[in-house]
Design a protein. Structure first.
Lengths: 235, 235
DNA sequence: CGTAACATTGAGGTCGGTCAACCCGCGTGG
DNA sequence: CCACGCGGGTTGACCGACCTCAATGTTACG
């Protein structure tokens, strides 16, 4: 519901960003800096409280977003009331790259989040001048495309495979000690991401725990006890 | 298995292309010509027999492809032997835009097909010089991303909804008289596209026929008798 | 301590998968 | 001409994974 806040420069947040954002597995080594630096120069950091809307379905897609801290989900509500989550975005991840005039998904903060917001026109103008920025945009988009294609492969698999894949994906993306994951999202979020019900997610987790593949000390914390077993479930 | 054939100029096929390829619903009106024209200048038309491989998973993604005639499927074989179809490409459609060094999907001709093949490096070099070409590449990629996201929404729906959506999508994309569709692909292709079994697709079609929503005079020909009903099933 | 949101567990139903039989159109060859 | 085989499609009977609905447990926070 909230309209896009005016973008103002917010110097207090600018500098520390690039030093902090983690690389995840898919990152290429090549000149990842050019676009990042430009985004920080041109953008502003906004703070979104837990569960607040960052942008809405059908809004003009005038901005590009990068998570500074916290986490974000994109989603779409189907006509039958169900919700499909498009993706989870963690610190360092860029979202809102739709390359259409309007967003096809909505975005919300899962936890309190700081998000770097940059006018899309500024980015594309820059890409026109700087070929390395353009190349990076293509790389990012290609990565997003690949991520979505992998989700399609996920959605035709069994509940166990989906949950196992989800856990492995998250363990590569969230920071934290080697095998212990701190999940920012609820069971409902996970269910809507994997195309399952909350009950099936819950049952599958306990079954994985029974088979000693994982440990679930608290509902949001998951320890991977047997990665090979989880990988084997991946199909 | 077959390696990429050498690209040679093939003047006999160049000229008629742009005049023939149909626009489908997602096409923007803007300068759709720049990229098309360049592709025809720089590329060559190759002929692929039915069921032959156009490129394979893990091959270098050095080329971009545009269907001239016939139809093409991209797919991936999962480790359990199942096949997921990534997409169907009809005359005028461009495929192979992965923006990664290697293809993540394989591509095959569904029917005998003529395909315009262009070196990717030539396209990207051109995009560096001509901003309108770069913009078109982004638009195409964005469209592909959107298409894939729509498939995710499809895959969480019921068998009836998936089949109904498939028929509506095809009726917008294949040429032919208003409501009669001539499907180039087999039931198995459809099943692997929708994440269903061949039996479920078949049963769903007969059930749709029983409810007078469609007519299936021959297995490859389908007439949409009641579009609104089909749309309503879309979710 | 009390309440509300989130999560787990249980019982039962259903949709779609599996396995198997049958049909149909078509080409080949006797 | 018919027999046969073959690939593709349809249909039927059965079964199991996941969903639904409902109760119970747990955590967070005033």
């Amino acid at each position: 519901m909230q309209t896009q806040p005016a973008i103002r420069s917010d110097a207090s947040h600018r500098n520390p960003i690039s030093a902090r954002h983690p690389r995840h597995m898919h990152d290429d080594v090549v000149d990842a800096g050019a676009l990042d630096q430009s985004m920080q120069m041109m953008g502003a950091v906004l703070t979104y409280p837990r569960n607040s809307e960052i942008f809405g379905d059908n809004e003009a897609a005038d901005y590009l977003y990068k998570v500074v801290s916290g986490s974000v989900r994109t989603y779409k509500i189907l006509s039958d009331g169900r919700r499909q989550i498009g993706g989870f975005y963690l610190p360092g991840d860029i979202f809102g790259l739709e390359f259409a005039d309007e967003h096809t998904l909505s975005a919300e903060a899962i936890t309190d989040a700081k998000v770097l917001v940059v006018k899309r026109s500024a980015i594309t103008a820059l890409a026109g001048r700087d070929a390395s920025v353009a190349r990076q945009l293509f790389t990012l988009t290609g990565r997003e495309l690949h991520r979505v294609q992998d989700r399609i492969l996920l959605l035709i698999k069994s509940a166990q495979e989906r949950v196992a894949s989800f856990l492995l994906e998250m363990s590569e993306r969230v920071p934290g000690a080697a095998n212990g994951i701190e999940l920012p999202m609820s069971r409902q979020d996970i269910a809507d991401y994997l195309g399952l019900t909350i009950e099936t997610v819950s049952r599958t987790l306990t079954s994985l725990e029974d088979s000693a593949a994982i440990e679930v000390p608290t509902s949001r914390r998951i320890v991977l006890r047997n990665r090979p077993a989880l990988s084997r479930m991946n199909g």
